[in-house]
Design a protein around this ligand. Sequence first.
Ligand SMILES: [Zn+2]
Length: 175
Amino acid sequence: MPRQYLPYTWVSPKLKSGKSAIHGDGVFADQKIAEGEKVMEFGGERISREQAFSGNYRSRSVWMINKDLFLALPKTDTHISLDENLNHSCDANTWLEDEVTLTALREIKPEEEITLDQGTWNFEDSAYTDNKEPCSCGTVSCRHILTENDWKILDLQERYQGHFHPMVQKMVDAG
Ligand SMILES: [Zn+2]
């Protein structure tokens, strides 16, 4: 049986939307979140790679499950989905447990912005990622320019070991 995915992303009730210092709107903790606590489970309509890049889906909602299967929300769907405001940080406070589950990698304080390092999942130079984009996360470990090859950096592989997107984790493990 193939895994069932949620029709919409599940977002912890401890999260809220807010103005980000990193980029536009962001996702913030409304209260303390414990290390290891689940914060999101990505969901959406099951679509093909071709559909994902057709322009008919909300670009910030597109999430890869595997090479040929993506989750996304069609542009005709006006449902508010907080995960679309999730920003990147080069020193993120969440990581992946599997292809759709986001957990806190350390305790997160109230009012802290929730971030995910795109180096944990981005390995394609594609329309739904921000490759060669300057980063303004402002952390000491900022890489300044983000690319689809960041997962190859040893420091990232050590920091996020076991918590990359499964497709990236396989490539990390293969060396
Ligand atoms: Zn950065």
